[in-house]
Design a protein around this ligand. Structure first.
Ligand code: SF4
Length: 163
């Protein structure tokens, strides 16, 4: 099911800005990065609520933005029901609205629906909404579980989205 993504050039879009809040969807983008890096999506025993490859991806993005003089923070959605930006509850949207006021831009890591959630949440602020990923297709994969607690996606193929 997960949507698959290509990265967009975020760094070129933050010119003139000094701060940005990174808002990641923790599902499809995290699966994309894990598959791309050929690493487990998650390990239940080491990190129950975070995907290590996606965390590294975000840290690298923060580092690249820091080099451009942009201060960043990650807006966390730790509870499982908050992982999917396309289905965010009201409370999480209000929380983002409050946090976003402290930043000049919000960088969305997710699909158009994720961007819509964020755009709707921050519409009362002056925040610029920047898309960090672009949909490339829908993933077809075999979900697998390996000891010690690794959840992975194998034999992945990208299925184009019909126009
Ligand atoms: S917001 Fe988009 S990227 Fe995130 S879970 Fe929903 S469909 Fe996937």
């Amino acid at each position: 099911m997960p949507i698959e993504f290509n990265d967009l050039d975020v760094v070129s879009k933050v010119g003139g800005l000094s701060s940005a809040l990174i808002v990641p969807c923790n599902m499809c983008p995290a699966v994309t990065v894990a598959v791309r890096e050929k690493k487990p999506f998650m390990n239940f025993f080491r990190s129950f609520v975070k995907s290590a490859p996606f965390e590294q991806y975000i840290r690298t993005l923060q580092s690249r933005l820091r080099e451009k003089g942009v201060r960043t923070k990650v807006f966390r959605s730790s509870l499982y029901h908050q992982w999917f930006l396309c289905m965010w509850p009201w409370g999480q949207r209000k929380k983002l609205q409050k946090y976003a006021k402290q930043y000049e831009a919000v960088i969305v890591l997710g699909c158009e629906s994720a961007t819509e959630t964020v755009r709707d949440s921050v519409k009362s602020t002056d925040c610029k909404v920047i898309e960090g990923m672009k949909v490339s297709g829908i993933m077809n994969a075999k979900l697998s579980f390996h000891l010690p607690g690794n959840i992975s996606f194998e034999d992945c193929r990208t299925i184009p989205i019909s126009q």
